[in-house]
Design a protein around this ligand. Structure first.
Ligand code: FAD
Ligand code: NAD
Length: 466
C-alpha cells in the first residue's frame, strides 16, 4: 500500500492548489479525483467554460450590434455556429485541464483517478478502473459542490437543466426560463440572450444578485432591461413541469397572484450544495453540519484532527479563489506555518457585461452594523476611456469610514471591473484610506480612473471630472 504525508480528495481549484503547495513544502502528496480529468467544477463545468461562452457570445453581440458604429461593415448576415462555439469552449477546457496534469507531474504529485472514500482516518479506498487503497498521515477534503435544486423540481438534464447542461446545449433556446437571478443565472442567461433567446429571470428575492450591494443590482437590472431580459423579482416558484419540448414554470408574485412562464428550456440556478456523497465521512470521524458542509474550525480542521477541508464543501463563499486560498492555507498549517486568510477581502465578481465586482462591506451591511461611513461614486460614462470603447454603463462606489477614511468596501459595475477590483483588494489589504487611493496616479485614459475619482468623491466630494 502506498503511504503519503498528505492525500487530497478532489482536484478542483481547492484540491489541486493544496496538493501543489503541499508538494512545494516537501510533503509526499497524492491527489484523488473521481473523474478522468482534473480541475473540478471550475475548470470542467464552471468558471472556465462559462467565461469561454461569455466571451464568444460577446463577440457575436458586438458583431451584430456594435461593429457598424465602429465603422466595420460585414457583408451578409452574421450567424451563430453554436456547435463551433461549444467546441471552442471545450478546447479551452481541455487545454486548461491538461495544464493541471502537467502541474501534478511537475510537482511529483501522485494522481489517482477513482472515487475516494474513508476506511478510517488514515486510510482511503479509491474505486476507479481498479480498486486500491492508500495510507495518508493527513487528508484534505476538497470535494466541492453540485448544483442545488428545489424539492419539487425534477431536473431531467434535457429541458430542465443545470449550469452543466447549459454549457453544452445543442440548440439556442427560443425561451429560456432562468430560476434564480444570482451569478449563474445572470451569466448564462446573458450568453443565451446575446445569441437570441428570450430570457425570463424568476428570482425569489426583491432584486437580482441580492447578496451584493443594492446599487449594483439596480444598475445591472437597468442594463439587462435595456437588453430586453424579462426580470421577475419577488417571485416564488412553486412548480416546474415538462410537456414534451416545453417547460411550464408557475410562480406566485408579491401580491400572491399566480404567474405562468412557458418556455422550451428552464435553467435551475438556485445555488449549489456541498458534495460529500460516498465519502464515508463517518468512518473517519468527520462531522457534517446541518447544511451538509464539512464542519471545520478556524484552522479548517475537521472533527478528525488529521483531516482538513477546504473550498465549496465548507462554509463561506463558493468561489474558486476562496478555495485556492484555503488550499494554500491548509498546506502551510500542515507544514507548521501560521498562515492567514482575510475572508472580508475575498472579491466577488459577476462576469456579465458590464462586469460586476465587489470587495468588503456593502452599504446594507454597514448600515446594519451601525458603522458611520461616507460614500463616493463615479459614473463610468464620465471617463474618456469609456466613451472611446462605448462601454458607458456602470460606476465605481467607494465606502470609507466616516472618521478614519479607511476604505471599508468597494463596489463597481462596468467594463473590465473583474480586473479593476484587484486594485481595491490591494488597497484594502494595506488598509488604505480613500485619500490614499485618490493621491495615487492612475494611467489616463483607463477605466481605473473611475476608482481614483470615486476615492476623490469619498474623500471630500472632490471628484475632478464630474
Ligand atoms: P470543485 O471545483 O467542485 O472540485 C471538487 C472535485 O472533487 C471535483 O472534481 C469532484 O469530481 C471531486 N470529488 C468529489 N468527491 C470525490 C470523491 N469522493 N473522490 C474523488 N473525487 C471527488 N467561481 C469563481 O470564483 N469564479 C467564477 O467565474 C465561477 N464561475 C462558475 C461558473 C459555474 C457555471 C459554476 C457551476 C461555478 C462557478 N464558480 C466560479 C464556482 C467555482 O467553480 C467553485 O467555487 C470551485 O470550483 C470550488 O472549488 P473546489 O475545489 O472546492 O471544488
Ligand atoms: P447564487 O446563490 O448566486 O444565486 C441563486 C439565486 O437563486 C439567488 O438570487 C436566490 O435568491 C435565488 N433563489 C433561491 N431559491 C429560489 C427560488 N425558490 N425561486 C427563485 N429564486 C430562488 O447561486 P448560483 O447562481 O446557483 O451559483 C452557485 C454558486 O456558484 C454561487 O455560490 C456562486 O458563488 C458560484 N458561482 C460563481 C461565479 C462567479 O464567481 N462569477 C459564477 C457562477 C457561479
Amino acid at each position: 500500500m502506498n503511504s503519503y504525508d498528505v492525500a487530497v480528495i478532489g482536484s478542483g481549484p481547492g484540491g489541486y492548489v493544496a496538493a501543489i503547495r503541499c508538494a512545494q513544502l516537501g510533503m509526499k502528496t497524492a491527489i484523488i479525483e473521481k473523474y478522468n480529468t482534473l480541475g473540478g467544477t471550475c475548470l470542467n463545468v464552471g468558471c472556465i467554460p462559462s467565461k469561454a461562452l461569455l466571451d464568444s457570445s460577446h463577440h457575436y453581440e458586438d458583431a451584430v450590434k456594435h461593429f457598424k458604429d465602429h465603422g466595420i461593415d460585414i457583408p451578409g448576415d452574421v450567424k451563430v455556429n453554436l456547435e463551433q462555439m461549444i467546441a471552442r469552449k471545450q478546447a479551452v477546457v481541455d487545454q486548461t485541464t491538461s495544464g493541471i496534469d502537467f502541474l501534478m507531474n511537475k510537482n511529483k504529485i501522485d494522481v489517482y483517478h477513482g472515487m475516494g472514500s474513508f476506511k478510517d482516518s488514515t486510510h482511503i479506498k479509491i474505486e476507479g478502473e481498479e480498486t486500491t487503497e492508500i495510507e495518508a498521515k493527513s487528508t484534505i477534503i476538497a470535494t466541492g459542490s453540485k448544483p442545488g435544486n428545489l424539492p419539487f423540481i425534477n431536473i431531467d438534464k434535457e429541458r430542465i437543466i443545470t449550469s452543466t447542461e447549459a454549457l453544452k446545449l445543442k440548440e439556442i433556446p427560443k425561451h429560456l426560463i432562468v430560476i434564480g437571478g444570482g451569478v449563474i443565472g445572470l451569466e448564462l442567461g446573458q450568453v443565451y440572450r446575446r445569441l437570441g433567446s428570450e430570457v425570463s429571470i424568476v428570482e425569489y428575492m426583491d432584486r437580482i444578485i441580492p447578496t451584493m450591494d443594492s446599487g449594483l443590482s439596480k444598475e445591472l437590472n437597468k442594463v439587462f432591461k435595456k437588453a430586453k431580459f424579462k426580470i421577475n423579482v419577488s417571485h416564488k416558484v412553486k412548480s416546474v413541469e415538462r410537456n414534451g419540448d416545453n417547460v411550464v414554470v408557475k410562480a406566485d408574485n408579491k401580491k400572491g397572484e399566480e404567474v405562468v412562464f412557458e418556455g422550451d428550456y428552464c435553467l435551475v440556478s438556485v445555488g449549489r450544495r456541498p458534495y460529500t456523497d460516498g465519502l464515508n465521512c463517518e468512518a473517519a470521524g468527520v462531522a457534517l453540519n446541518d447544511r451538509g458542509q464539512v464542519e471545520v474550525n478556524e484552522h479548517l480542521q475537521t472533527t478528525a484532527s488529521n483531516i482538513y477541508a477546504i473550498g465549496d464543501v465548507v462554509k463561506g463563499a463558493m468561489l474558486a479563489h476562496k478555495a485556492e486560498e484555503e488550499g494554500v492555507f491548509v498546506a502551510e498549517i500542515l507544514a507548521g506555518q501560521k498562515p492567514h486568510i482575510n475572508y472580508n477581502l475575498i472579491p466577488g465578481v459577476v462576469y456579465t457585461w458590464p462586469e460586476v465586482a465587489s470587495v468588503g462591506k456593502t452599504e446594507e451591511e454597514l448600515k446594519e452594523s451601525g458603522i458611520a461611513y461616507k460614500a463616493g461614486q463615479f459614473p463610468m460614462r464620465a471617463l474618456g476611456r469609456s466613451r472611446a470603447s462605448m462601454d458607458i454603463d456602470g460606476f465605481v462606489k467607494i465606502l470609507a469610514d466616516k472618521e478614519t477614511d479607511e476604505v471599508l468596501g468597494v463596489h463597481m459595475i462596468g467594463a473590465r471591473c473583474a480586473d479593476l477590483i484587484a486594485e481595491a483588494v490591494t488597497a484594502m489589504e494595506f488598509r488604505a484610506s480613500a485619500e490614499d487611493i485618490s493621491r495615487m496616479s492612475h494611467a489616463h485614459p483607463t477605466y481605473t480612473e473611475a476608482i481614483k475619482e470615486a476615492a476623490l468623491a469619498a474623500t471630500d466630494d472632490r471628484a475632478l471630472h464630474i
